[in-house]
Ligand binder design. Sequence first.
Ligand code: SF4
Ligand code: SF4
Length: 474
Amino acid sequence: MSDEKTDSSRVANLPLETKSQEKAREEKLPCVTNGQLKLYDPKANNVERFIKLLSQRINRPLASSMVACVHCGMCADSCHYALAKPDDPTMTPAYKADQIRRIFKRHMDWTGRIVPWWVHARSLASDEDLNRLKNTVFGMCSQCRRCTLNCPMGVDTAALIRLTRGILTELGIVPEGVFNVSRDQWETGNQMAVTEEDYLETLEWMKEETQEELGISEIDIPMDKKDCDFMYTINPREIKFDPRSIANAAKIFHFAGENWTMPKWGWDQTNFGLYSGDDKLGAYVARNLYESAKKLRAKRIVISECGHGYRSTRWEGYNWAEYDQTIPTESVVITLIRYIKEGRITVDPALNPEPVTFHDSCNIARSGDLIEEPRWILRQACSDFREMHPNRTENFCCTGGSGLLSMAEYRPLRMEVAQIKADQLKATGAKIVCTICHNCVDGLNDLVRHYKLEMKVVQILDLVANALIVPKKK
Ligand code: SF4
Ligand code: SF4
């Protein structure tokens, strides 16, 4: 497909340079910040650096996704971008992957080197091309992997998108939001730059509120306690915007008679490295968390409700950090199932009478392993649970995945393609949509407001805490 077609898409028409890039060029800023994160260096030969990094990072699975596509077009029916904009071929997964594939073919594949015109191989000409590539891989894909699962050739388009994002991050050619969040996570250890003071104060506040609400002074949010049954790790959004989720967890853990703790450092289970493709950031964040659990001699790591945090902490982090992680990890969803099955807590579905549907987070259902588990809890804790369609591994993305919520410039397109998700939600007739991901909560809330849906977005901890039968005081 031609570049003219790229230019016809709204995203590709965005300004090519971000403010940081402009500033770096005008003020001749140094090209490295906080030792790791790179600022754009306009004087460098970025095209050459890109090609070099691409050749260094290609491995066998990525190479097979580069060469296996037969352009059958089946993936177009999987992608919410392509489904919402059927007349725009630049929205199809194959087109997006072709933008990196053609560079790979031109420089690393023998056919592309000898007869480039035959296999549509093409190199990059300038930083402008790199910026165009940035708008494609950051602005037109939420790395949901729905196309990956539906490709007959096993092409992992999302992995190619992440590879490209990672190389562009290395060159400092990234959206402003990606740069800022990555910098915060490098500098403060958490992606919302929560200070230790704010963290501890919020937890103290939640502890006092829960004690007051239930009239039980023993309810605690223990800090840095050694030899506990588990160390509880959270998403910084819980501290900044939704501390009730921690209070709900503390309440449930108390009634389950749990011996738990939270760590003072290494508590952020989210990991922007997964989104930006920066494996070094991924390794740094994961290592913080694993080391913290080791130091506290925790028997287990429990991960609060977050899709990409769960995927990063449970599946990807060991590899990025090359860490010999021996402490078991689990989602809080599994912890809750254990409590209910062992009779450590009791829930009454009548306390959640409104119709509830469930949104599978891409990073948990498609790229993880929890599909029936949240549904089991919903059937215990709600009296009217109904599926949305399609569901489980075929569910559509909340549209805010892959860090898109931090990239304001791509919001108009994101809201446009969210029509697919809005229709899916509406068809359930549910008043509540539950998800086990904080990122999905924000993505769904955004589209619920945009499409004026009468729906409330909640998480499993909210519903279980609401359905909890509080034992009578002896
Ligand atoms: S479904 Fe797979 S093989 Fe077919 S066009 Fe899409 S990526 Fe290529
Ligand atoms: S990963 Fe998801 S958003 Fe990206 S191209 Fe595939 S289906 Fe579309």
